[in-house]
Design a protein. Structure first.
Length: 411
């Protein structure tokens, strides 16, 4: 394998990287705020210590996982090291001075705390984590998603975290023991690296809440699923391969390879804080300089079709006015209705762009010329590429939507 050629394709993004020997065994797992710089540094240093020289001389190939932040990479790094026990990750096996996450499972309503001591045999420990600052950043995300209590002693009245909907508040809400127990089970799955199983469980729970008309709980579970799904999907390896685009070109019967792809998503709850997002991929890699956010202006009610039309029209009216390069392919998150709305916007602008949509549950791809969706194998390169770009658009939309909601709550 040509390592130098593969290094050129690594994105400047945070994540976790893996070094393998010739037999395919993992030698080392590390994290980085910039994968490209970090991985390339191993093969550029001339004066390195004997231990590092021994590692680099044993590397046959590498792989990596993209994450949304370095803090997220820290959580996954520790979980993967514990799972695979690589030869060169000695610090995670022996050193007792790094912080751990401690789950006090023997309490009626367990807490998750950061500690440097493993002195409680009745608790569960996760880690160690080599960067306490990043761990605290990840800790904030975990508390927000799982809504555990943080108080040392159960208070007799609700606190600010309850009113901000950051805690399940077992101190004041009766009959919350079952919900809290389910939350703890989910947290343990997350910290153990079994996030796919966690999302499946939450999806089932959301559907049950909806059937029983418990809409507030269903929406809360849905928000939790969205946050975790973003986390999971961004941990898939992103390696550019010309064959991916060649497959996509063949499937969609395009005249040229889709080097530049733009994808749109809408995020809103009953029309409130409605936002649109657009992500751009060039040669299969995110081009974050071209990412765009849209506040919905013309549509006042919950109408995804009209919102998609507005966002698509605004994006390409601007490109047309500035005489900038148009994408080879436009992907819309949604079904046939969203696809038709996007096409109408392009038609009004007198633009002939290739546009498709991808609907969820299950994922299926719609085109303008066929009423029924395309039937593609989930293992097909074209399908995986479309999914990945759609999921990035969804992550970007949700992030902006949460930002606006947070500002509104603070006001």
């Amino acid at each position: 394998m040509d390592i130098k050629k593969k290094i050129k394709k690594i994105p400047h993004a945070p994540g976790v990287y893996f070094f393998y020997n010739k037999s395919g065994k993992i030698l080392y797992i590390g994290k980085a705020v910039d994968l490209k710089r970090r991985i390339s540094s191993y093969f550029q240093k001339k004066d390195i210590n004997p231990k590092l020289r021994l590692l680099t001389s044993s590397i046959h190939c590498f792989d990596y996982l993209i994450t949304s932040s370095e803090a997220e990479a820290l959580i996954h790094e520790a979980s993967l090291i514990k799972q695979h026990q690589p030869k060169y990750n000695i610090v995670h096996k022996d050193d007792k001075t790094y912080p751990y996450l401690k789950l006090t499972i023997k309490e009626k309503f367990p807490r998750l705390i950061i500690t440097r001591k493993k002195d409680d045999k009745k608790a569960l420990y996760y880690g160690p984590y080599t960067n306490s600052k990043l761990l605290r950043q990840a800790f904030v995300f975990i508390k927000r998603v799982f809504k555990l209590r943080t108080c040392n002693k159960m208070p007799k009245k609700s606190c600010l975290r309850y009113h901000l909907k950051h805690c399940l508040a077992p101190c004041v809400i009766p009959d919350t023991h079952n919900d809290y127990r389910e939350t703890i089970k989910g947290l343990r799955l997350f910290l153990s690296g079994r996030k796919g199983k966690l999302v499946d469980r939450l999806t089932k729970r959301m559907n049950e809440c909806t059937k029983n008309f418990r809409y507030e709980q269903a929406m809360a579970t849905r928000d939790q699923i969205q946050a975790l799904t973003v986390l999971i999907e961004r941990n898939k390896p992103i390696l550019y391969a010309p064959s991916d685009m060649q497959d996509l070109k063949s499937v969609l019967k395009m005249n040229r390879l889709p080097f530049k792809i733009e994808a749109f998503d809408i995020s809103n709850i009953q029309g409130k804080y409605a936002t649109g997002s657009m992500v751009s991929f060039v040669k299969g890699q995110p081009d974050k300089n071209e990412y765009r956010r849209f506040r919905i202006k013309a549509v006042k009610q919950a109408d995804d079709f009209a919102m998609i039309k507005e966002v698509v029209r605004r994006r390409y009216a601007r490109l047309k006015k500035e005489n900038r390069k148009m994408p080879d392919l436009v992907i819309i998150d949604g079904g046939k209705g969203q696809l038709s709305s996007a096409y109408q916007a392009l038609k009004e602008l007198k633009l002939d762009l290739k546009v498709i949509s991808i609907a969820k549950n299950p994922d299926r791809i719609f085109t303008l010329k066929k009423q029924m969706p395309l039937v593609l194998s989930r293992r097909q390169k074209a399908f995986k590429l479309i999914q990945r770009i759609r999921d990035e658009a969804h992550r970007f939309a949700i992030r902006y939507h949460h930002l606006l909601r947070g500002k509104a709550y603070r006001k």
